[in-house]
Design a protein around this ligand. Structure first.
Ligand code: C2E
Ligand code: SIN
Ligand code: SIN
Ligand code: FE
Length: 479
């Protein structure tokens, strides 16, 4: 008898320590799917039973869902609340202990029929949150020996209490992370709206930066920091005056100085955001994207190792994209080779040479391959200028195009048209005429001539029209 008692106490102590271990592990796990796996695995360990199912209540749908591994695939199973034993527990909140499932009317034999499993004993308890709401159910099937005891019930209830807290935390964390991400996206979208010509720049910079960070062995946590810092590196441009930010031509030294303030403004803005401890470095990394290795950069003129590796990655990604983006209003895009040359020439003075080497050797610049081919084509167009107050016709017939892509085009004009002007354009393609709305994003006076080079960006082109135009242009060059 004494021996049995000792055994029981030993088992209870072991269970208790496993329970403690479980609750620690569970509180630390923030990924909901991983957490649910962990709970199921640990429950099997303490309960010495054959099968564990963890159901989550979807209150909106009045359903329970669970993930099961089947044929190497994770499948989601859904059950109506109220059906079966788990459904009963989800509805009533009772704990159910059944010695012989087939004798219990609540048991749904269909699931055994489908899976070929034979259920005998069942122990099922609810997961209840701090608001006394039932958020899920843990179902334990077929105890290794005998039937589930009162002690098993207590153990499962204790486990469910911990699991409920952990699940609530993880769900909350997921929600916070989602709302945090959507806030960052909103900020980036606000910049795109102010400066539509460079729209998409930050997103592409993030792609290059993530690729480079991964290539040099950054952890996923560090890559997340790079991702956010890249997405927001130019957010300070929101605080730069329109006359400078949207200037179609070269900046004067004063204007360039005003522009340089964007790096500091990025930091000021991001410091207003509450970042979790692990993400605290985002404002300083983002703000350092114009620092140069030799100390000639801005805003602080940091040198060498004073510039974090993350910031050095951002710099390379930023400059590369700025160089190959053809939609800058004040200068044409470079080719990939020209851009790579700029990076090579800037090794040691501006850019981290090792990072430049990895970027080039591993061809990481190909990650955001331009989706739209630019074509030098012997085409003509006509246009109508659309102003705020009137639509007046000015249709120079047979205006020669310089080049065209499915994103926009360039042409020469003897007439000056300010950036921002909207045009209704008819493109004369060999077999069809296409009508598109476009906006002037680039105006440059030709050296020594009374002639302008104008850049147009198509506005509101549907995906289908873009694809059609792109395909058409590509076919044309290939012929
Ligand atoms: P951005 O256009 O996104 O360019 C980011 C950085 O890429 C530039 O930082 C510069 O380091 C590099 N970069 C861009 N284009 C070239 C180029 O043609 N050659 C070389 N070697 N490097 C290039 P930077 O110079 O500090 O400029 C910061 C931002 O200031 C630019 O961002 C752009 O928004 C604006 N900006 C700079 N110069 C002009 C300009 O002449 N006119 C206008 N309107 N804006 C300018
Ligand atoms: C500069 O103004 O420093 C040149 C940068 C550029 O052309 O974008
Ligand atoms: C996150 O880790 O993405 C969000 C954390 C936070 O709320 O700052
Ligand atoms: Fe910048």
């Amino acid at each position: 008898m004494a021996e049995k008692n000792t055994k029981t106490i030993t088992k209870k102590l072991t269970d208790l320590s496993i329970l403690l271990e479980i609750s620690k592990a569970m509180i630390l796990e923030r990924n909901l799917d991983t957490l649910l796996d962990l709970i199921a695995k640990k429950t099997r360990e303490v309960m010495t039973a054959d099968r564990i199912s963890l159901f989550i209540v979807d209150h909106d749908a009045s359903e329970l869902w669970t993930h099961i591994a089947q044929d190497l695939e994770i499948k989601e199973i859904r059950l109506p609340v109220g059906k079966g034993i788990a459904g009963y527990v989800a509805k009533s909140g009772d704990i159910v202990n059944i010695a012989d499932a087939y004798k219990d009317p609540r048991f749904d034999q269909n699931s055994d029929k489908r899976t070929g499993y034979h259920t005998k004993t069942v122990l099922c308890a609810p997961l209840i949150n701090h608001e006394s709401k039932i958020i899920g159910v843990i179902q334990v099937l077929n105890k290794a020996d005998g039937i589930f005891t009162k002690y098993d019930e207590e153990l499962l209830v204790a486990l469910c209490a911990q699991a409920a807290v952990a699940i609530e935390n993880a769900s909350l964390y997921k929600e916070i992370e989602l709302s945090f991400k959507s806030m960052l996206k909103t900020m980036a979208a606000a910049l795109d709206a102010r400066d539509p010509i460079s729209a998409g720049h930050s997103e592409r910079v993030a792609k290059y930066a993530i690729a480079l960070a991964r290539a040099v062995g950054f952890s996923e946590e560090e890559i997340k920091i790079i991702d956010y810092a890249a997405a927001l590196h130019d957010i300070g441009k929101i605080g730069v005056a329109d006359s400078v930010l949207l200037k179609p031509g070269k900046l004067t030294p004063e204007e360039y100085n005003a522009m340089k303030q964007h790096a500091v403004k990025t930091k000021d803005i991001l410091e207003q955001v509450h970042f979790a401890r692990k993400l605290r470095d985002i404002p300083s990394i983002a703000s350092a994207h114009h620092e140069k290795l030799d100390g000639s950069g801005y805003p602080l003129g940091l040198k060498g190792v004073q510039i974090s590796k993350a910031a050095r990655i951002l710099t390379i990604a930023d400059v590369y994209d700025a160089l190959v983006s053809y939609d800058r209003p004040y200068k044409r895009a470079m080719t990939v080779d020209e851009a790579i040359d700029v990076l090579k020439k800037g090794k040691d003075t501006s850019f981290d040479p090792d990072l430049v080497d990895v970027f080039i050797k591993q061809k990481l610049y190909l990650i955001d391959r331009r989706e739209f081919q630019r074509v030098n084509a012997d085409l003509t167009m006509e246009y109508t200028v659309i102003t705020k107050d009137e639509v007046f016709l000015s249709q120079p017939k047979d205006t020669k195009l310089l080049n065209i892509s499915a994103e926009g085009l360039m042409f020469f004009s003897e007439k000056f048209l300010p950036a921002g002007t909207f045009l209704d354009v008819t493109l004369h393609l060999p077999e069809i005429n296409m009508n598109v709305l476009a906006r002037i994003v680039r105006v440059a006076r030709m050296e020594g001539q009374n002639k302008f080079e104008l850049g147009l960006k198509f506005v509101n082109l549907s995906r289908a029209t873009k694809d059609r135009l792109n395909k058409y242009l590509v076919e044309m060059v290939e012929q």
